[in-house]
Design a protein around this ligand. Structure first.
Ligand SMILES: Cc1cc2nc3c(=O)[nH]c(=O)nc-3n(C[C@H](O)[C@H](O)[C@H](O)COP(=O)(O)OP(=O)(O)OC[C@H]3O[C@@H](n4cnc5c(N)ncnc54)[C@H](O)[C@@H]3O)c2cc1C
Length: 395
């Protein structure tokens, strides 16, 4: 039986990043991936905040487009334009990026096993059982980076993968006959029927875009919302849908257990996803760093009890911001289309585009919320009942 210091289940971007960190620290690391090819099918809008460049290597050739800001659209199409002078986000070739990160891990000395589906894990013995007579492997530490439907998470006594907290997402790759887009901007549409999710248009070129949405709804309904969106927008003209994608986004839960015995959970398997945007890459990469530092301490000291530090360090770093995002979402969930329209027209009237442009950030929303509260802007625009609810956030 093959023995490792660390075995990682899942060769997604977060799992391979963690594996690379561990191999660079000198440990013997294996990654087990059920698919034959890394990264496919695409399940991502591929939009990453500019801070990615400080978090993980990103070669320029994998950047399809740079984005300076966004047009935010209310249900009746009141618009707010928020932008900065510098690029704020990158649109990635996400399949290429997953393959690139896997190659970096292999270059660092990681053993990557494609076509190796993990069918069971013994969390006390540190044993992994593989499908199709591929046998067993063992490790001092096992990391579940196996995505939203994580088998390893189930072993850490979280809910069954059949019933975890998650929202659905759908996306089309659309080619338009006319050149429609200013590629410097993405478009985000809010509407009550998918709230607190939203619909996005992310241009890849002047005539091609990823158009998708996430929300608490079934895939069939999301698919129909996307089709209606394309058909009802008179500016779009002729178009063809060249690909359809579907995926799930886990919902962050501060009570989710992410360490047990010799097991850690990481990335989507640990629901390490920003509630407001559904973005999981930057946060997953940051957690991979915390997990690698703690795991190497535990292995160096031959003491797996140290693994518990990963959960506390992660909570200290993210809990406050993410719980705030969840509360903002809970408020958004209760807004009707007319509340949203009212909010947008008032924000525009009061000059909020400038504040949002200055304080808005794809990954961290608390500075913006605090600024809107400080200037009193939220209280003047939201229906009274909502402002009372928001105010209670800061008590
Ligand atoms: C439609 C959509 C749009 C998104 N857009 C963005 C975005 O714009 N920006 C952003 O930051 N995030 C976005 N996300 C979220 C982002 O895609 C995820 O957070 C990210 O993929 C998480 O990476 P991961 O490595 O944790 O898991 P994954 O990428 O899900 O990788 C898990 C891997 O584990 C493998 N695996 C699963 N089970 C087993 C098993 N039993 N044995 C072996 N291997 C197994 C899988 O095959 C997979 O390769 C989006 C998600 C969706 C669905």
């Amino acid at each position: 039986m093959m023995n490792y210091d660390v075995l990682v289940v899942g060769a997604g971007p977060v799992g391979t990043t963690f594996a690379r960190y561990m191999a660079l620290k000198g440990f013997k690391v294996g990654v087990l991936e059920k698919k034959k090819e890394i990264g496919v099918p695409l399940q991502c809008a591929g939009l990453l905040g500019k801070q990615i460049k400080n978090v993980n290597p990103l070669p320029d050739e994998l950047i399809i487009n740079q984005v300076y800001g966004a047009y935010l659209h209310s249900p009746s199409n009141n618009q707010l334009k928020v932008a900065k002078n510098e690029p704020q986000a990158y649109v990635l070739d996400r399949v290429g990026y997953d393959k690139f990160l896997a190659q970096l891990a292999v270059d660092a000395g990681v053993d990557l096993f494609l076509n190796h589906r993990v069918k069971d894990v013994d969390i006390k013995k540190g044993r992994i059982y593989l499908n199709n007579d591929k046998g067993e492997m063992s490790a001092k530490v096992i990391v579940g980076a196996d995505g939203y439907n994580s088998l390893v998470s189930e072993k850490v006594s979280n809910k069954s993968p059949k019933n975890p907290d998650r929202v659905q997402a759908a996306q089309f790759l659309v080619k338009f006959e006319n050149n429609l887009f200013d590629t410097n901007y993405v478009h985000l549409h809010v509407r009550a029927d998918i709230s607190p999710g939203f619909l996005w248009t992310i241009p890849l070129s002047e005539s091609t875009a990823r158009i998708g949405l996430f929300g608490i709804s079934d895939y069939h309904k999301l698919n129909n919302i996307l089709k209606d969106f394309l058909n009802q927008n008179t500016d779009f003209g002729e178009y063809s849908i060249s690909k359809k994608y579907y995926g799930m986004i886990p919902v962050y839960n501060s009570k989710k257990k992410i360490v047990s015995n010799r097991i850690l959970l990481l990335g989507d398997a640990a629901a390490q996803v920003k509630p407001t945007t559904g973005g999981g890459l930057i946060m997953g990469f940051k957690c991979a760093k915390i997990a690698a530092d703690v795991t190497s301490r535990a292995l160096d000291n031959d003491n797996i009890a140290i693994l518990a530090d990963y959960e506390s360090e992660y909570q200290n770093k993210f809990k406050r911001e993410l719980n705030m995002q969840l509360r903002v979402q809970n408020i958004f969930k209760k807004l009707s289309d007319s509340d949203l329209d009212y909010m947008f027209s008032k924000l525009k009237e009061k000059g909020a585009e400038k504040i949002i442009s200055e304080y808005g950030d794809m990954d961290t929303q608390s500075p913006l919320i605090k600024e809107l509260l400080k200037t009193g802007l939220l209280f003047t625009i939201l229906p009274k009942i909502l402002s009372r609810r928001i105010f209670s956030l800061w008590k």
